[in-house]
Design a protein around this ligand. Sequence first.
Ligand code: SF4
Ligand code: F3S
Ligand code: FES
Length: 247
Amino acid sequence: MAETRFKIYRGEKAKGQLCEYHVEVTEGMVVLDAINLIQARHANDLAVRWNCKAGKCGSCSAEVNGKPRLMCMTRMDELPLDEPVQIEPMRYFPHMRDLVSDVSRNYEINKRIKPLTPKPRESDGTYRMQQKDIERIQEFHKCIECFLCQNVCHVLRDQGIQEFSGPRFLIRIASLVMHPLDKLNRLKELKNIFGIGYCNVTKCCTEVCPEHIGITDNGIIPLKERVTGDFYDPLAWIWRSLTSFSK
Ligand code: SF4
Ligand code: F3S
Ligand code: FES
C-alpha cells in the first residue's frame, strides 16, 4: 500500500488540534499498528493507551473517522485511504492527553453495584442452576470494558445526565439480576441510583459493542420490563402498599 495520511488529535485537556502524519501502510495492518509506527518515527511523545492488541483488554478505544472503534481491531484496508484517516480520543470522557481520555467515572459507578449475593446452599450443600439460566447471562460476561457504549450513548454524551449509569453498567446489573443464585432485589436501585428510566432504547450502544453483546434487547429491555412491572403495575403497587402497611 502507498503512504497514507493520518490526522491525529494532539494536545492536553481538550486544548489541541489535529496534526498530520504520513506513514507507509502495509498489508494486514490495523489502525493501532499505524499509530505505533507514527509514535516510533514521528511523534515519540504521542500518548496512546493500549495493552493486548487482540481486542480483549478494551484500552485502545478511540474515534476513527468519527466512529467509535477499537484501534487494534480496525483494519486499515477497511478504511478509505484517499482522505486522511482521522483518529481522535473518545468524545464523551474528559480529555487527558492526545488519544487518552479519563475513564475513571466508570470505575466509580462500578463500585456502587453490590456484588453477587448468593442464596443459601441446598440441604445437600450444593447449588443448583438451570443450564439455560447460566447461558442467558453468559454474553454479559464477555464485556471487555472498552466503554465505547458509554461513549456513544446520547443520554450521557449529548444530554450529560449524570444520574444515568450507562449501558455498560446496566448489563453488569442484568448479569446479577438474572443470575439464578443472586438473592438481592436490585430493581429499586436500578430505578433510583442507576437511572434506567433515562434509557430510551436507541440502541447506539449495541451497534458499537465490539463483543456484539445484545446490550439493549437482552439486557436493558428485560430490566426495564421488570422495573415497570414492579413500580408501575397497579396490582404490584397495591400489593406492595398492603404488604409494607402490615409490617
Ligand atoms: Fe465495550 Fe460492549 Fe462492554 Fe460496552 S458492553 S464496555 S461496548 S464490550
Ligand atoms: Fe443509551 Fe443504549 Fe439506552 S445508547 S439510550 S443505553 S439503548
Ligand atoms: Fe487491547 Fe485494543 S489493545 S483491545
